[in-house]
Ligand binder design. Structure first.
Ligand code: NAD
Length: 294
């Protein structure tokens, strides 16, 4: 059993922390939102005001924060986690952030004798609640091996992607594929309508042909063919357009700084940016179908 400090108990962090409690770990939570802290206490956890206090008495620190600037502040800021954790403590950042920040924080942690992995997730709030997340992990083999027994209480698939920052690299590449493929599938359904082809017919054919992909078969952006997809509940998220846009921006920043050519990634960022600005930022990202049709 580990003593875990869990910083960032939002839509993802709270259910992940609840799964750690169910597995018998002690969890001390830190969040700016008192309602989240109360829910953690109801599930058997404790809470404290400052991350540095929780970090100083933990064996493992997990963060699940909105973006790179929050991760930087919480780890590197004066009175942050790295300054206050005891040598040997394992740090796991599950937030989706830029590769550069992930590598900078990991280097600062290593310099103080801490073990760190970046471990962003795929699987959304459903995966967080069900303990079925996929973790893409960057860090040393030793840090990865220590993190595995904690991550497997929150996820089903745990992949070591390489050194520090490679978990974030994998996440950004994966979500760039997802953003582009959701637009491609949505454009195909819009074209099918214009050509007098039923949504269901296109689905029946494409889901078993070379157009098959996750955006078609699991998360179909039109109502009907896949009853569990957000299209059947007016595009309630799910995974919001704002979050998809955040990840596409991270991909474009990474492409620019590394010199990669990602033309469709750039188009996807532009299209999601227009969709989010149309007042739909908090709708599911698959609602891009409605935007393209309009
Ligand atoms: P969220 O906004 O619901 O939760 C973030 C939490 O962090 C909030 O409760 C906020 O109060 C807290 N927080 C912010 N700054 C803090 C600080 N300085 N100290 C303590 N707490 C602080 O976001 P989320 O949906 O849980 O997403 C978290 C991360 O997971 C993001 O990086 C996101 O991109 C990634 N992600 C989300 C999903 C999803 O479907 N929601 C899926 C995959 C990955």
């Amino acid at each position: 059993m580990s003593r875990i400090a869990f910083i960032g108990l939002g839509n993802m962090g709270l259910p992940m922390a609840q799964n750690l409690l169910k597995a018998g770990h002690q969890v001390e939570g830190v969040d700016l939102n008192p309602a989240s802290l109360e829910k953690l206490v109801t599930a058997g956890g404790t809470h404290v005001e400052f991350a540095k206090v929780a970090a100083a008495r933990a064996d493992v620190v997990i963060t699940m924060l909105p973006a790179g600037k929050h991760v930087r502040d919480v780890y590197l800021g004066s009175g942050g986690i790295i300054e206050n954790a005891n040598p040997g403590t394992l740090l796991i950042d599950c937030s989706t952030i830029d590769v550069e920040t992930a590598r900078e924080v990991a280097a600062a942690a290593e310099a103080r004798g801490l073990f760190m992995v970046d471990a962003p997730v795929s699987g959304g709030t459903g995966g967080a609640a069900g303990g079925t997340l996929t973790f893409m992990v960057g860090g040393s083999t030793q840090a990865f091996e220590r993190a595995q027994s904690i991550l497997d209480k929150m996820g089903k698939t745990i992949v070591h992607a390489g050194g520090a920052g490679n978990g974030q690299a994998a996440k950004i590449c994966n979500n760039m594929i997802l953003g582009i493929s959701m637009i491609a599938v949505s454009e195909a359904f819009v074209l099918a309508e214009k050509l007098g082809l039923d949504h269901q017919k296109l689905f029946d054919i494409s889901s078993r042909s070379s157009g098959q992909c996750w955006s078609m078969t699991t998360y179909c952006p039109v109502p009907g063919p896949v009853p569990t997809s957000p299209a059947n509940r007016d595009y309630a998220p799910g995974f919001t357009a704002a979050m998809m846009l955040k990840d596409l921006r991270l991909a474009q920043d990474a492409a620019k700084s590394s010199g990669a050519t990602t033309e469709l990634g750039a188009d996807a960022e532009r299209i999601y940016s227009a969709y989010a600005a149309s007042g739909e930022a908090e709708k599911d990202f698959s609602g891009i179908f409605r935007f393209i049709r309009a």
